[in-house]
Design a protein around this ligand. Structure first.
Ligand code: SF4
Length: 464
């Protein structure tokens, strides 16, 4: 979400006449976009801001801005603490950034602008520069969150749920696809709680039933040129039978879902205010898997939540095995301001959190590795996204989201292509695939001297 917001900030500034500087030393404006979901991210901000102090001393005209959730959370307090900061803007105020940056450049006093747009929610349409169309684009569907997970600061920094009209979402996807994007990831804090009166109503009166499946169906029917559709991050509460039906019926939906679970212990899930039990989560994931042969699941887990015993943690490990996740992001619990969990004693020692996280990662990595090994020798359809970090290779993803590195001759272009490859080797987190000679010969030739586009950043799901 933050990476997506950063793109919108850059576009808004570019439309106002700003241009990207070669380096921080050349900049007239520096915007640090921040995340406060974990304490570590906040510490990082403090260190980054500290590094910018000498620049500000050398160039007093430099405008230093902090955007995002830390700006929203700290507001005026941060301005008071860091005397050389000029501007703070919240996640809902991106459209105001160019005007406020200009005012600061013209000598206005330091300012914090962190207002939620509750009455008239704004969703900035993507406006990429010509030639900057990623193979895989992100499209925002909503902002804020109405859940109150006891560890999470997001409802305080991003406000209540507000939904982008389906017509705007569809129009933006149409523009990406017309520009050359082949895959779209729908973004929202609880993306599957989506509602819009213009869509067919929820399939039942169940309060967990949303109109997200209707949105998926509308996108699939209106944009036949879209190759793959993903979404992140859903909340398990809304993983209803109707969502599973959408996965069964819509070929465009990727065969992978990232569904944060956070814990496998009912006692801890209750303390986290997640509003589902372990059995409910497991049944919903089985239903999703059954909807589409080969569908894989990944998840987020927090270890060391207040009161987590060895038995609670063992229940989490059991759940990871039972569901058979092929990917997992694990985090140590860290207390966040304003959250209900602050009232609980942070009673799991740091050393225990570290030991649990290491055990969780060891289990998850063994499952990931076993899954990747099982793909060796199979044929997989890969959407090629760009140049790999490994020299001379290109990187793409399978329908399920496995990363595949490919060797292709330097004179051939492959970015944006959907190709069938034979999986030759599995690594810890990725695969090596091989194209047959006929496929390579059919690829277009690259223009002499043209650089191969880099693979664009992708969303790292954190919490939902
Ligand atoms: S963890 Fe996700 S669902 Fe829970 S409050 Fe945070 S953003 Fe909302």
């Amino acid at each position: 979400m933050n990476a997506h917001d950063s793109d919108r900030m850059e576009e808004a500034l570019r439309a106002d006449g700003w241009a990207r500087a070669e380096s921080a030393d050349d900049a007239d404006l520096i915007v640090l976009n921040t995340c406060s979901v974990r304490e570590k991210a906040e510490q990082k901000l403090r260190s980054e801001v500290g590094k910018l102090a000498p620049l500000k001393l050398r160039n007093p005209g430099l405008v230093l801005a902090v955007a995002g959730c830390v700006a929203q959370q700290e507001g005026e307090k941060l301005l008071a603490r860091v005397s050389y900061l000029d501007l703070l803007i919240g996640p809902d105020n991106i459209a105001d950034l160019p005007r406020l940056a200009r005012e600061q450049r013209d000598g206005a006093p330091p300012r914090a602008h962190t207002v939620f747009d509750l009455d008239a929610p704004q969703f900035l349409a993507a406006a990429p520069a010509a030639g900057d169309i990623p193979v895989s684009a992100w499209v925002t569907t909503m902002k804020g969150c109405d859940e109150r997970c006891s560890f999470c600061i997001v409802p305080y920094t991003r406000g209540p749920e507000r939904y982008r009209p389906a017509s705007e979402i569809i129009a933006e996807i149409e523009r990406w696809v017309a520009g050359g994007s082949r895959e779209v990831t729908l973004l929202g804090q609880t993306v599957d709680s989506y509602r819009d009166a213009s869509l067919p109503p929820p399939a039942s009166d169940d309060p967990d039933e949303s109109q997200f499946p209707s949105l998926l169906r509308a996108i699939a029917s209106r944009i036949p040129g879209l190759t793959r559709l993903r979404y992140t991050s859903p909340h398990p509460r809304h993983a209803t039978a109707e969502l599973a039906r959408a996965h069964a019926e819509l070929d465009v939906l990727a065969k992978h879902v990232h569904m944060p679970v956070q814990s496998g212990s009912d006692r801890i899930l209750k303390r986290m205010i997640r509003r589902y039990t372990r059995v409910e989560y497991t049944e919903r994931m089985q239903r999703l898997k059954a909807s589409r042969p080969g569908l894989t699941l990944s998840t987020d887990v927090i270890v060391g939540f207040p009161g987590e015993t060895d038995a609670d943690f063992e229940a989490t490990l059991d759940l990871v095995k039972d569901v058979g996740f092929t990917g997992l992001y694990g985090f140590k619990y860290s207390p966040r301001p304003f959250t209900p969990a602050l009232k609980l004693a942070n009673d799991v020692p740091e050393s225990v959190k570290s030991e649990r996280l290491a055990r969780l990662f060891a289990l998850a990595e063994s499952q990931t590795r076993a899954h990747l090994d099982s793909l060796v020798g199979t044929s997989q359809r890969v959407l090629v996204e760009g140049a790999s970090k490994v020299n001379g290779k290109v990187t793409g993803r399978t329908e399920r989201n496995e990363i595949v590195h490919l060797d292709i001759p330097a004179e051939r272009e492959l970015v944006g292509a959907l190709v069938d490859v034979e999986i030759a080797q599995a690594f810890k987190h990725s695969l090596h695939g091989v194209l047959d000679a006929a496929t390579i010969a059919a690829l277009p030739l690259r223009l002499p001297g043209a650089a191969r586009p880099e693979r664009r950043r992708r969303v790292l799901p954190i919490l939902s």
